[in-house]
Design a protein around this ligand. Sequence first.
Ligand code: FES
Length: 174
Amino acid sequence: MSDDEVKNPEKPGRRYFLETVTGVVAGAGVCGAAWPFISSMNPSTDVLAKSTAEVDLGDIAVGEAKTVEWQGKPVFILHRTPEQIAEVRKSVDTKDPTPDEQRVQKPEWLVVVGLCTHLGCVPSRKDKGWFCPCHGSVYDNSGRILSGPAPKNLILPEYEFLTENRILIGKKEG
Ligand code: FES
């Protein structure tokens, strides 16, 4: 705590101000970084033509998340721990309440489009879910919106399990 804060604890000191400004600038920086990421993922013709993405889940350890690209968008795949599953199944007290059971095909695997439903930034991974640095939306480990301006849960892409450890995201043609 600075001298200013010790003398007047009611009034946040310079350090608080600097921390806040730094946080906002950092958030803007991350958000700014998110757009080039999206932009670099703007689908070229051959990517657009590829409407599906096959993903090997074998290298995603329990508790780890992986981001893959599908149709020019990031898709988050989370290999959930038993604790994370229990946590998201405890309550559906969220802004856009949907039971976790309706958001996954297998309890241990969450597959969601990694774009914030507010303005489309790419949220960052946190222990309890994802945090969007652009305007502070918080999502749980089911991809459900908990707080912040995002109106909806992270979108669920269409996918199917090809084998125990392999999924196909998108719709098979033909
Ligand atoms: S774009 Fe995510 S909170 Fe605004």
